[in-house]
Design a binder for this molecule. Sequence first.
Ligand code: HEC
Ligand code: HEC
Ligand code: HEC
Length: 155
Amino acid sequence: MNFFRKLLIATLFFGVVLFSLTSFQENTFRDNDQSWTTKTRTPDPNQNNCLICHTGISHIRDPQSGMMQQIYETAEKAGFSNNECIVCHGGNPLAIEAEKAHDGTIKYFTKNEGPKNFYPDPGSPWINENSCGQCHTEQVSAQMTSLMFTEAGKI
Ligand code: HEC
Ligand code: HEC
Ligand code: HEC
C-alpha cells in the first residue's frame, strides 16, 4: 500500500470515529437543561383539554421563553406534549369535566419530579418544590428563610 492509500484509509477511519462521537454528544445533549435550544416546541392548544374551558387564558410566560420551552419539554416527556398546564397545576389532562380535570395528577409525575396533586396555585410555598421547584431549586429552598417570608426585623 502506498502512503496516500494509507492516509486515505486513516482519514476515513477517523472520520467515522469523529462522526459517531459528535452524534453521541448530540444525543446526550438532548437530556441536559439546554435541550430546548435545539428545538422550538409549539403545543397545539386545540389538543389541550384544559383549554376547552379555560379558553383565552393568557400565557404565564412568552411561549418562546426558555422557561416555557422547558415546560413544554417536560410535558412532552410526561406524554402530554400539548398540555403544559399539568406541569405546574397537575390535574387530569384527559378529563373534560371540571371535577375530574381538577383532581390528582398523572402517573408520570408520581414517579418523577412534578405536581403530586391538583394545585389551584402552583406558586404556594407549601407545594412549590413540586411545581416551580422542578427547575428553580435554589429559589424554592431559600424561600422559607427569606426576608419576605419571615419578615425578620419588622417592627
Ligand atoms: C369542563 C371545564 C373545565 C376543564 C376541562 C378544566 N377546568 Fe379548570 N376550572 C373550570 C371552572 C368552571 C373553574 C372555576 C370554578 C372552580 O374553581 O371549579 C376552574 C378553575 C380552575 C383553576 C382555579 C382554581 C381555584 O380554586 O382558584 C385552575 C388553576 C384550573 N381550573 C386549572 C385547570 C387545569 C390545569 C385543567 C386541565 C388539567 C382544567 N382546569 C380543566 C373548568 C374547567
Ligand atoms: C409556570 C407554571 C404554570 C403553568 C405552565 C400554568 N399555570 Fe396556571 N397558574 C400558575 C400560577 C402560579 C397561578 C396563580 C397565579 C395567582 O395566584 O395570581 C396560576 C393560576 C391559574 C388559574 C387561576 C386564575 C385566577 O384568575 O384565579 C387558572 C384558571 C390557571 N392557572 C389555568 C392554567 C391553564 C389552563 C394552564 C395551561 C394553559 C396553566 N394555568 C398553565 C402557574 C402556571
Ligand atoms: C420546567 C422548568 C421551569 C418551571 C416548572 C418553572 N420555571 Fe421559571 N424559569 C425556567 C427557566 C429555564 C428560566 C430562565 C429562562 C427564561 O427567563 O425564560 C425561568 C425564569 C423564571 C423567572 C425569571 C424571569 C425573568 O424575567 O428573569 C421567574 C420569575 C420564574 N422563572 C418564575 C417561576 C415560577 C414562579 C414558577 C412556578 C409557578 C416557575 N418559574 C416554573 C424554568 C422553569
